[in-house]
Design a protein around this ligand. Sequence first.
Ligand SMILES: [Zn+2]
Ligand SMILES: [Zn+2]
Length: 145
Amino acid sequence: MTQTETVPPFQCNLCGSTFNERPKLCSECGSPSIRDVKKTGWQLDVVTEDSVAHFKKKITPCWNERPAKPGEGKPGQKGIKHDLDLGTRPVVDTANQEWHLESYCRTCGSTYSWAQGRAATVLEMEQASQGKIRKPDYESAMGKA
Ligand SMILES: [Zn+2]
Ligand SMILES: [Zn+2]
């Protein structure tokens, strides 16, 4: 093997991630500062994971899998792993009359947690019973699926 086959030709100046093709922005940290390694004699910057970890975007995978689209994944594969896209939505539990802010994955709709719980107002109870405010989705909560 020659050196050009073992050294990736592009490297991010900020976090040290390496690439076979020059990306517009580093996929790890979003930096536009990408170095052409072969122009500098195929010398890669040596970085340790610890020293660059804070540059990299923290991407958390969703615990759940979203349904595969037709033709996606391996034949017969039903679920696709994906990055967590966390959103929040108000929910009212009509059984115990409590209002919560529910955290959920925007991609697959799985629920994560409930925060800022308080007693639901009369109006919120009314809206919840009319289906205008969601009920907490305990069924799809983490660890229960
Ligand atoms: Zn980078
Ligand atoms: Zn998800």
